[in-house]
Design a protein around this ligand. Sequence first.
Ligand code: HEM
Length: 238
Amino acid sequence: MIKSTRILVWDLPTRTFHWLLALSFAGAWLTADYERWRDVHVLLGYTVLGLIAFRLLWGLVGTRYARFTSFALAPRAVFDYLKSLATFKPRHYLGHNPAGSWAILALLALLATTAATGWAAYAEIGPEWLEELHEGAANATLALVLVHIAAVFASSLLHRENLVGAMLSGYKSGPGAAAAGTRWFAALLLVGAVGALWTGLIPAPGLQPGAALTSLAVKGKPALADSRQQRHAEHDDD
Ligand code: HEM
């Protein structure tokens, strides 16, 4: 009989990255339409870009299950996994399952596209349709995030395993090799870098240091933001 034990699967930097990313995306979505929270929205976009850069690096040098080489990306593995889903007894993976592995890469690509086009539109670099692309990419990201959350809960039920708890504690049950270490230092560096960005120690292009935090403290109903085309039209009228 194979012995099932508690295994550290998600190291601390991966978990810190995940919840900072979830918070940043939610915040960027909620602040997108308001003029007063424009700085917050832009800074959240920079935060997302920084988090993705960190995750790409961590996918190369991180612990076992954080590495991209541990992602089950082979088409055969995806096909077999999806087929096994139909039996309601899908194969159990300690790290990301094949469908999840692809979904994560798609999420990272969509988030990077959303943040990069948002930055270009904000800096007024490139054609005006970048703003449309930014909105389209943001909507596609939201759709995939909702699928991601639904899949996490469905998978938790199918495997009788608390995946959300695992993304918080890092531990899963099963036979297999541990992730090899918490990696406190990398997690601290990540939190420190995000803190430095928000306090202005790391400069954010086009933003006054600390202005985003100050705008969060202002009370009263926020006004809706103008689109780039509207801003141009008003500028031409002057
Ligand atoms: C309440 C909301 C959310 C919950 C409960 C949740 C839960 C989870 C869980 C349990 C995993 C691990 C899946 C597995 O075992 O293979 C995961 C991975 C992931 N989630 Fe979420 N998630 C949430 C929101 C988000 C959002 C908003 C984003 C992106 C904007 C996101 C992006 C990711 C990514 C990129 C991974 C891969 C982690 C890595 O390997 O670095 N999640 N999520």
